[in-house]
Ligand binder design. Structure first.
Ligand code: LIP
Length: 290
């Protein structure tokens, strides 16, 4: 099984029950997913903005993160938590929960059914690229009812709305020209301009592009073979944590620029040969576009 290009990381804490972490990730993602659908107020609007006027936060992002923190804190009070909305809280167990209460917030605001709750348990320091990796995680799309989940060394699975469970296997397309590629764009205009310039140069060399609007769902789409590859620049640890493990446990490689770990500068996910080809092409194009 291909693995991510990260240096050797700290050992897993003694006696860590990865299956229990995976179950906790699934249960909390499911409860939080129900919350953002069932408790969505009518006429939901923007509560605040972050890096730009289009980088929006709703009261449901804030409420969902509070719920995730309460559930994880009650189950494992010694763990640290890093969340998109409320930042980092320390712990002593060696495990950090990296959570995105609503990944695909703009889709959620527009009621486009491509958003999810992402809950990942990681070892190492998630704020330092190359110094962390996920060990258990779940990505739940509460509209489709699809629960993607994984733990280190045990494969990745999808449980659909009917409760059918299946093991995930990433696609095996190994040439760019045949690759259906997912990607995303940032919230700041100058970043989107550079990303669009890279895409304009890349698109003649691939099958086609898909833009779903959620990094976590894009990584799960690679795991499920629904796309052959995904790449994006500008991701935060919470966009990445759980989806990264689902993709690698399904046989994909998740990396950054050639020879570098997944990081804000770039995340690439695909079967090993395609990830290498795409990573190299993007490295060339990004240098030109910057
Ligand atoms: C989103 C990512 C997506 C990216 C968006 C945004 P959010 O995260 O999942 O891949 O293209 O710009 O960053 O803001 O919905 O948590």
């Amino acid at each position: 099984m291909a693995s991510s290009t990260v240096p050797e990381l700290p050992e897993l804490p003694e006696g860590l029950d990865l299956a229990a972490l995976e179950r906790l990730a699934v249960d909390t993602a499911h409860e939080a997913g129900r919350f953002i659908v069932d408790e969505r107020p009518g006429g939901l609007g923007v509560a605040q903005t972050k890096s730009s006027a289009t980088d929006v936060v709703t009261v449901m992002d804030q409420g969902c993160e509070k719920l995730l923190r309460a559930l994880l804190g009650a189950a494992r009070p010694d763990d640290a938590i890093l969340g998109e909305e409320d930042g980092a809280t320390d712990g002593t167990s060696g495990i950090t929960w990296v959570v995105d209460p609503i990944d695909g917030t703009v889709n959620y605001l527009y009621e486009i059914p491509a958003y999810c709750v992402s809950v990942g348990a990681v070892v190492g320091d998630p704020t330092r690229p190359g110094h962390w990796r996920p060990v258990a995680g779940a990505v739940y799309n509460p509209v489709s009812g699809e629960m993607f989940h994984a733990r280190l060394g045990a494969g990745a699975h999808l449980v659909d709305a009917a409760g059918q469970r299946r093991r995930l296997r990433a696609g095996e397309v190994d040439t760019l020209g045949q690759a259906l590629v997912a990607t995303g764009f940032g919230y700041r205009a100058e970043v989107r301009r550079a990303q669009a310039a890279v895409l304009a140069e890349l698109i003649p060399h691939i099958r086609d592009i898909r833009r779903a609007g959620s990094a976590a769902l894009d990584l799960c789409a690679v795991a499920a073979g629904r796309v052959d590859a995904y790449y994006e620049r500008g991701l935060n640890p919470w966009d990445l944590a759980a989806g990264w493990l689902v993709a690698t446990e399904a046989g994909a490689l998740v990396s950054g620029l050639p020879g570098r770990p997944p990081a804000k500068e770039l995340v690439v996910a695909a079967g090993a040969p395609l990830a290498a080809a795409l990573g190299a092409r993007l490295a060339d194009l990004m240098t030109v576009a910057d």
